[in-house]
Write a protein that binds this ligand. Structure first.
Ligand code: FAD
Length: 491
């Protein structure tokens, strides 16, 4: 049987392992950590359970698809439900706005709470759907580096729609034109952060993202986010994928213009196909360091997406005014993004995201308590004094949340863990701790992401958030699909 080796058990790596096993390869995954999932993992502290990374689950069909491919009923292994309330927003001026799954309800809420008529929200979201329809077939579901992508019926339909995708303006410019109320502009600008970008630089094409959440839905997995990883690892193992933990790949071995295998714990393992789910920067600079002539310099120099600073807090109280997803906006978004992208630091008033999985899954926190995942966007790690920045940000966040919620939040914290750009880089080998690979701050970003296959080394493929089509669970899973479509049948 032909053999495939996958480097890394992030969600993209697990996805590709399942697909290649279904295709007929003998598949082995080598994961550096003692656990699977990479960023999509969890931990327990003092009776609180925390999903460590992703908290928003969109496009669940890409998880389902893996079960179906393996001939299993997804519902027997993995379940999720659609959120009626997508997110609860607290603006700096005291406005509290609820975003519903029902688009009309959301539009009405905007009309009631801001100066924006419901119709402009509906028009904007309809346009977001149009951008999705014009882009997903070509920019998300296929390789941009295969001719076949450009010569099929969907692609021609997409090209005729390309004028709808609005690449020449920035997101913020488009949103300022669409809305007169600054709160609504801020609301829609925030979607740039869903792939770690800056709305004041990223092309308005990213206004596709609101459709993913509002049109296609925000979901909650019954077993928490960790159940995405757990159920897919079980699926992989059930169809013969061999998972190896504590197995950092040290080198990808090559012979001329071909990859031959990997070296793990000083042992050489040969394979016909190698898929790297490791960040593309580390794949070239560490695993292929003996072949520096192969590194695609321009691609590897691309600006990285933002990173995150997360406080995981056990909270000795329940807040009825909070939901699963909550946003506490900054007063001045422009200043906040200038701090992140130009000054590479954190502003005094960052937008704070609070995710409380115990709202949907009560056993994630002790009775009467809540498990808070408190996150702000921060720059990628270029050697800032993170200890000082974290101390300052923690005080600013507590001050802000205490003022809005009218409680001394600091006094309610029963336990704490912290994740910052350094630990994100250390735990998942993500260059500079960026969470979505390269940023999408330029209109060429989609074309400057690394392809899912090496053009110089035969049989070397790439999947995961640092390569095409980008970061986030659905896109990492799509990268796995693109790789498996590209890998030759094992016959
Ligand atoms: P990663 O998770 O990056 O994992 C790569 C794996 O490869 C790791 O396990 C690593 O140990 C392993 N590895 C690397 N090098 C080697 C080597 N040499 N040998 C062996 N193993 C190696 N996405 C969403 O969809 N919704 C969200 O709400 C969301 N929020 C996020 C919040 C945070 C704080 C973070 C960090 C991410 C968030 N994301 C979110 C992004 C999402 O988590 C990622 O895009 C996705 O999980 C990336 O998957 P991946 O396949 O690239 O692998």
């Amino acid at each position: 049987k032909k053999k495939a080796i996958v480097i890394g058990a992030g969600i993209g790596g697990i996805g590709v392992a399942i697909r290649l096993a279904v295709k007929g390869y003998a598949v082995e995954v080598f994961e550096a950590n003692s656990y699977a999932g990479g960023k999509l993992t969890w931990f327990e502290k003092d009776g609180y359970f925390f999903d460590a990374g992703p908290s928003l689950f969109t496009m669940p069909q890409y998880v389902d698809e893996l079960f179906a491919l393996a001939g299993k009923d997804p519902r027997a292994h993995f379940n999720f439900s659609r959120l009626d309330i997508i997110c609860n927003y607290f603006f700096a001026d005291g406005t509290n706005l609820i975003q519903h799954a029902d688009q009309q309800k959301t539009a009405d809420e905007f009309e009631k709470k801001t100066n924006e008529p419901a119709v402009s929200i509906n028009t904007f979201l309809d346009n977001s759907r149009k951008i999705y329809n014009a882009t997903h077939g070509i920019f998300l579901e296929r390789s941009l580096h295969r001719l076949s992508t450009y010569f099929n019926r969907d692609a021609f339909a997409s090209f005729s729609d390309l004028f709808k995708i609005d690449p020449m303006r920035t997101m913020h410019e488009a949103n300022e034109t669409a809305f007169s109320d600054a709160r609504v502009v801020q609301f829609f600008d925030r979607y740039a952060t869903y792939n770690g970008s800056n709305p004041y630089q990223a092309p308005a094409t990213l206004n596709v993202i609101p459709h993913l959440e509002n049109g296609l839905g925000a979901w909650f997995p019954e077993g928490g986010m960790r159940s995405i990883t757990d159920s897919l690892v079980s699926l992989a193992e059930s169809i013969g994928v061999k998972m190896n933990y504590n197995s950092p790949v040290e080198e990808i071995t090559t012979k001329g213009q071909k990859v031959t295998g990997v070296i793990v714990n000083s042992i050489t393992r040969n394979a016909d196909v190698i898929v790297s789910n490791s960040d593309v920067w580390f794949t070239y600079n560490k695993l292929l360091k003996k072949r520096p002539e192969l590194a695609p310099k321009k691609i590897l120099q691309q600006e990285r997406s933002s990173s995150a600073l997360i406080f995981y807090w056990g909270i000795n109280k329940q807040f009825v005014q909070l939901d699963l997803h909550n946003i506490f906006f900054s007063a001045d978004y422009n200043t906040e993004f200038q701090h992140i992208w130009e000054n590479k630091t954190i502003s005094d008033d960052p937008t704070v995201y609070v995710n409380i999985s115990s709202k949907c899954k009560p056993d994630d926190a002790p009775l009467g308590h809540e498990n808070w995942f408190v996150m702000i966007n921060v720059p990628a790690n270029i050697g800032q004094d993170w200890d000082a920045l974290i101390t300052k940000a923690r005080a600013d966040i507590i001050k802000k949340l205490s003022a809005v919620l009218k409680r001394d939040i600091g006094a309610l914290i029963t336990c704490e863990s912290v994740l910052d750009p350094r630990s994100i880089e250390g735990r998942t080998s993500s260059y500079q701790g960026s969470i979505y690979g390269s940023s999408s701050n330029s209109k060429f970003a989609a074309f400057l992401r690394h392809a899912n296959r090496s053009s110089k080394l035969k049989n070397l493929f790439f999947c995961g958030g640092s390569v095409h089509p980008g970061g986030g669970i659905p896109l990492a899973l799509l990268s796995a699909k693109i790789v498996s479509d590209w890998v030759p049948d094992p016959a």
